[in-house]
Design a protein around this ligand. Structure first.
Ligand SMILES: [Zn+2]
Length: 710
């Protein structure tokens, strides 16, 4: 087993040029010891070089002294403490004077001028250019030949936006496709379909080239590169999280001040998104170590700390689903030696929990009663059209799952097999607009054999290239057909309750109302065969109040519809029910989604608890060693608004587990330790199923329990 397949508790110091002055390798390692880190990621170079070398064109750190070699120093200090060293390389661009020395080594606009990287003034390479390939390979060989480093982190690998018209790209594209690269067209238009697919392949080849260079120094040398979360717009760069298949460990970027931080009204991401990011990474490759790249001082306002209590919750959320960590720090030599040291060591409690329980934690993946289908084609389409309906559908569905503590995970569309699908009791397609015929067949087969399906809105209405179909490709499975008419139901719209006694409306006081709320958009669909639980109501304007009524409120167009297909059960929402849980949050949406999941399930959830909504649950199992589970809870507080500054203790509650086993071997609290007086209040075995009941004591931030069964 290689070191990168074991637990990774990383510290990254993204050094600024001035941080090399009086670089103190011993002090960095002292910080790592105290915080229980075991891997350091530190600058080697690319844009600014932090070591002396002969690979031209170089750009040495102007503060680096003759004879100073911080990489030699840090390798020595780290290795003598059994810590690993990964160096950061970055070939996203070069300064103008380096570009001028080799203008043919970089990406070009149609007129031959350099493509620039954002506002930095750096000139970008493309995936075929000499700078990012021949030069980068020579650079890595030089670096790895000089210092006994343990791996390479390729930062900012998504470096070439849109189309490149350098001579190499033009020639290669012509040779590969027999065509010229399109000119004067929108990059998002179909004109570029073939080019974009070609570019994705070239991006892959670049990654493979750098990885192979790293591996030429030994299999024990690790390679990974910077990819972002599941909703990241990869359309213009050709690189998204699926590139993780080439990495030795799967790392995804997820800062508290992350995805949402571009929005001034919502600078801090939803706390459950740390766990969501990790669930997604685990789905990409459950066999690899999964690392959440986050940071004690955040990424936007890098010179001051991120909110402390929320940073702790953020990390515990990720830990609850089996994450390893990468603490990325952007200034100073280490977190306790910079402008704002208030969050120095904030990672220590989580890192210590991981370290103390490494044998139990490593290899844990989420228990998944429910699988959320991730459609890359739908994500791409949504990103091109700046349409948030896809991301919001996933986030809303997740909110309903998280608040009800239902074990779930993701299933990605890149390797959809019947075996993989069959492992989920419920498959969810939240507005999975773009499905290929092959994917449709796989999903049909899954339902036919008895799988349960929850789908919403435009699911299967487009093919994998974003071309609209006349009707849902899954219409036989849904039991209804699209009329081709879409209604804006964002305001003053309602759903009429047609089956008040249905399981899907249970607990919603259905005997006291004829309407539930509606919002977003609604597709008008004709039922073919199934049960109409709720129907679309045409807009009832609220002004002027005397005329706030309409003549016909009853229609035949279902908003909530159930159907049986083969041996399986299906619920389809023709509106944006799941997205509305996230964007509007009315409890009608929330309850209709949750009740639909309950209606679709075949047996009780693997975890059932009366914990409040302000306690999030993680329930994981060991992929390699059957019978080893970890149940954990995170207190996310309930101040009513962000940010959360203080946590009160979460009240005690009960948790019931249902496991495919006969006997209980052991159950013990592993955090907080040793004061967690959790009690086993029931254990029953029948028909190959073991039912456990636990009384969970009050706790402050995080509580974890290891369970072994046979
Ligand atoms: Zn090019």
């Amino acid at each position: 087993m290689h070191w990168y397949q074991k637990q990774l508790r990383m510290l990254q110091t993204v050094l600024r040029e001035i941080d090399i002055i009086n670089y103190d390798a011993k002090a960095v390692v002292e910080y790592m010891k105290k915080s229980n880190s075991n891997v350091l990621v530190v600058n080697a170079g690319g844009i600014v070089d932090f070591f002396h070398h002969e690979t031209e064109p170089s750009h040495g750190n102007p503060f680096m002294k003759e004879g100073q070699e911080i990489l030699a120093d840090i390798c020595r200090e780290c290795h003598s403490n059994d810590f690993r060293v990964i160096t950061r390389i970055d070939f996203r661009g070069a300064q103008k004077y380096r570009y001028e020395a080799h203008p043919d080594w970089f990406a070009a606009n149609p007129d031959g001028s350099p493509k620039l990287w954002g506002q930095t003034g750096l000139c970008s390479p493309c995936y075929l250019s000499e700078y990012a390939n021949g030069h980068a390979v020579r650079f890595v060989k030089n670096l790895m030949g000089k210092f006994p480093i343990d791996g390479i982190w390729e930062n900012s690998v998504a470096f070439a936006m849109g189309a490149c018209y350098c001579r190499v790209c033009r020639e290669t594209y012509l040779a590969d496709t027999g065509k010229e690269i399109p000119l004067d067209a929108d990059y998002a238009s179909p004109v570029f379909n073939e080019y974009r697919a070609w570019k994705e392949k070239k991006a892959d080849q670049h990654i493979i080239r750098i990885r192979d260079t790293v591996k030429s120094f030994g299999e024990d040398k690790a390679y990974s590169a910077e990819v972002f979360g599941m909703f990241h717009n990869s359309f213009y760069t050709g690189i998204d999280t699926y590139a993780a298949r080439y990495f030795d460990y799967v790392v995804g970027v997820g800062f508290l001040t992350g995805a949402a931080s571009g929005n001034a009204n919502k600078p801090y991401d939803d706390l459950s998104n740390a766990a969501s990011a990790v669930r997604f990474l685990k789905a990409l490759d459950p066999h690899k170590t999964t690392v959440l790249l986050t940071g004690n001082n955040g990424t936007r306002w890098r010179l001051v700390k991120d909110p402390s209590q929320e940073t702790r919750i953020w990390m515990w959320e990720a830990a609850s689903v089996g994450a390893n960590f990468w603490n990325c720090h952007f200034n100073g030599q280490y977190p306790a030696a910079t402008h704002d040291r208030r969050n120095a060591y904030i990672e220590t409690d989580v890192y210590t929990y991981l370290k103390n329980n490494e044998a139990l934690i490593q290899g844990q993946i989420p228990v998944t009663d429910v699988g959320i289908y991730f459609s890359k084609a739908s994500k791409d389409k949504a990103n091109i059209e700046r349409d948030e309906s896809y991301g919001n559908a996933i986030k809303g569905l997740e909110a309903a799952l998280v608040d009800n503590h239902i074990p779930y995970g993701f299933i990605t569309d890149n390797d959809l097999t019947p075996e993989k699908l069959a492992s989920y009791s419920i498959l969810c397609l939240p507005n999975a607009m773009c499905l290929s015929d092959q994917q449709v067949e796989a999903i049909k087969g899954y339902v036919e054999k008895g799988g349960s399906l929850l789908a919403s809105y435009k699911t299967s209405l487009f093919d994998e290239n974003g071309n609209q179909r006349l009707d849902f490709a899954l219409k036989d499975v849904f039991g209804l057909s699209y009329t081709g008419i879409e209604k804006d139901t964002s305001f003053d719209c309602y759903q009429m309750l047609r089956m008040p006694a249905h399981e899907i409306t249970a607990g919603m006081d259905a005997d006291k109302t004829i309407y539930f709320i509606n919002g977003g958009n609604t597709l008008l669909c004709s039922a073919m065969d199934g049960e109409t639980v709720c129907t679309y109501v045409p807009i009832i304007p609220n002004q002027y109040p005397e005329q706030a009524w309409i003549r016909i409120t009853e229609t035949q167009f279902p908003t909530v519809f159930t159907h049986k297909y083969g041996k399986g059960k299906v619920v389809y929402f023709s509106n944006q029910m799941d997205a509305l849980v996230y964007t509007n949050g009315h409890e009608d949406y929330f309850n209709l989604v949750f009740n639909s999941l309950k209606y679709l399930r075949k047996e009780k959830w693997s975890l059932e608890t009366d914990a409040s909504d302000s306690v999030h649950a993680g329930f994981t199992k060991d992929l390699k060693s059957a019978g080893h589970y970890i149940l954990s809870f995170v207190n996310v507080g309930s101040s009513g608004r962000r940010t959360i500054r203080r946590l009160n203790e979460a009240q005690g509650f009960t948790a019931a587990l249902r496991l495919p086993a006969k006997d209980l071997v052991s159950v013990k609290a592993i955090y907080p330790s040793p004061k967690g007086d959790m009690t086993l209040i029931g254990s029953e075995s029948s028909d190959g199923q073991l039912a456990l009941r636990l009384q969970i004591p009050p706790f402050k931030e995080f509580l974890a329990i290891a369970i072994e069964v046979s």
